[in-house]
Design a protein around this ligand. Structure first.
Ligand SMILES: O=P(O)(O)OC[C@H]1O[C@](O)(COP(=O)(O)O)[C@@H](O)[C@@H]1O
Ligand SMILES: [Mg+2]
Ligand SMILES: [Mg+2]
Length: 340
C-alpha cells in the first residue's frame, strides 16, 4: 500500500506520517459533538496500557511470563499468564484514567462496575487475543470497543449500558504485538494506524486513513475444522482454492484481520459442531473489528446480518464471523445463503 505522507482524511485534514498519537488524538477532538477530552484521554489510557503489555509480550520468554496461569476463564479456556497480566494492566489503566464506569473483559465472568460516578464510557476488551500463540512468538493482540453509557452518569450501571449493539460504538480498535507493535483505531471518522517506536515510547502515525482493498486473494479459516463446516462454507472455500487464492491463517484474529485489512482478504470463523455459534465473542472481538472494517470500506457479517446490528443478549456470547474485502464477503454470503 503506497502511503502518501500528506494523505488527507475524510475531513480533508492532512496528517503527516510521523504525527504522534497524542497530537493526532488532540487534533481529531473537534470531530465529536460532545468533545470534552474524555474520549481522547481514554484512548491515551489504552495506548499507555498497550505500551506496558507490549513490553511484557516482548520479554514473555525471558521473564517466565509465558505458559499457563493454571486457571480457566468463563469460556472454559485455560488462561495463559499473559492473558491475566494483560487483563490486569488494561483494567488498571482504564480504572485509573477516570473516564470509564464499566468494563467487560474476556477474562472476567461479570461486568466490572468501577462505581465511577463521573465515568461516561463502557469498555469491552479482549486483553490478549491469540492466546494459543503467546508461547511460540507469533503475533498476538488486544481488541477494544468503547461505548457511551446510556443511563445517566452517577446512577448505577445497568445491563443496557453494556449490552449495546456494535453500531453504538463511539470508538474501537486493536493493538497488534507483532514484528512491530501497532495501534489501529477508529472513532467513526476513518481508520488510522500507529506504529510504536519503543526507544521513544511513542506511537507514530504510519498508516493514515486505511482503506481495505475491495477484493483480494487471501482466505483465512482454520481448515482443521473442515469436516464440521456446513455445505455453504465448504463450497466457498473450494471456490477460493479453484481460484488459486492463498490460504493464510495465523490463529490470532487480530493478526489475520490486520493482514487482510491492508492486503485484501477474507477471514471466516464459521459455526462448527464444536462451536455451533462460532468461537469468537461478539462484545469484545467481533464488534470492534466490524466497526473498523466498515470504516475502512470492508464488510463484517455473521452470515445472516451485519455484525454491528446484532443486539447482544449475554456478555460472552459468541457469533460466527465473516469479515474482509467487500467483494469476497459478498461472494461468500451468496454461498452461505444457499444453506437456508
Ligand atoms: O484455534 P482456532 O479454533 O482456529 O481459534 C483461533 C481463534 O481463537 C482466538 O485465539 C480467540 O481469541 P483469544 O485468544 O482471545 O481467546 C482468535 O484470536 C483466533 O482467531
Ligand atoms: Mg480473542
Ligand atoms: Mg483473549
Amino acid at each position: 500500500m503506497k502511503i502518501n505522507p500528506y494523505q488527507p482524511d475524510q475531513t480533508g485534514m492532512a496528517y503527516s506520517v510521523g504525527t504522534t498519537l497524542d497530537r493526532f488524538i488532540k487534533s481529531k477532538q473537534s470531530d465529536f459533538p460532545f468533545a470534552s477530552g474524555e474520549l481522547s484521554q481514554l484512548l491515551r489510557d489504552i495506548a499507555l496500557a498497550a505500551k506496558i503489555v507490549n513490553r511484557e509480550t516482548n520479554r514473555a520468554g525471558l521473564a517466565n511470563i509465558g505458559g499457563a496461569f493454571g486457571q480457566t476463564n468463563v469460556q472454559g479456556e485455560e488462561q495463559q499468564k499473559l492473558d491475566v497480566i494483560a487483563n490486569i494492566r488494561f483494567i488498571r489503566a482504564l480504572s485509573k484514567g477516570g473516564e470509564v464506569c464499566a468494563i467487560v473483559s474476556e477474562e472476567e465472568d461479570a461486568v466490572i462496575d468501577l462505581h465511577n460516578t463521573s465515568g461516561k464510557y463502557v469498555v469491552a476488551i479482549d486483553p490478549l487475543d491469540g492466546s494459543s500463540n503467546i508461547d511460540v512468538n507469533i503475533s498476538i493482540g488486544t481488541i477494544f470497543s468503547i461505548y457511551r453509557r446510556i443511563t445517566p452518569a452517577g446512577s448505577p450501571i445497568q445491563m443496557e449500558d453494556v449490552m449495546q449493539p456494535g453500531s453504538k460504538q463511539v470508538a474501537a480498535g486493536y493493538v497488534l504485538y507483532g514484528s512491530s507493535t501497532m495501534l489501529v483505531y477508529t472513532t467513526g471518522f476513518g481508520v488510522n494506524g500507529f506504529t510504536y517506536e519503543s526507544s521513544l515510547g511513542e506511537f507514530f502515525l504510519s498508516h493514515p486513513n486505511i482503506q481495505a482493498p475491495k477484493d483480494g486473494n487471501i482466505y483465512s479459516i482454520n481448515e482443521g475444522s473442515e469436516l464440521e463446516w456446513n455445505k455453504g462454507v465448504q463450497d466457498y472455500i473450494r471456490l477460493c482454492k479453484e481460484k488459486g487464492y492463498s490460504a493464510r491463517y495465523i490463529g490470532s484474529l487480530v493478526a489475520d484481520f490486520h493482514r487482510n485489512l491492508l492486503k485484501g482478504g477474507i477471514y471466516i470463523y464459521p459455526p462448527t459442531q464444536k462451536n455451533p455459534n462460532g468461537k469468537l465473542r461478539l462484545l469484545y472481538e467481533a464488534n470492534a473489528l466490524a466497526l473498523l472494517a466498515e470504516q475502512a470500506g470492508a464488510i463484517a457479517t455473521d452470515g445472516k446480518q451485519n455484525i454491528l446490528s446484532i443486539q447482544p443478549e449475554s456478555l460472552h456470547q459468541r457469533t460466527p464471523l465473516i469479515i474482509g474485502s467487500e467483494k469476497m464477503v459478498q461472494t461468500a454470503m451468496e454461498y452461505f445463503a444457499e444453506e437456508k
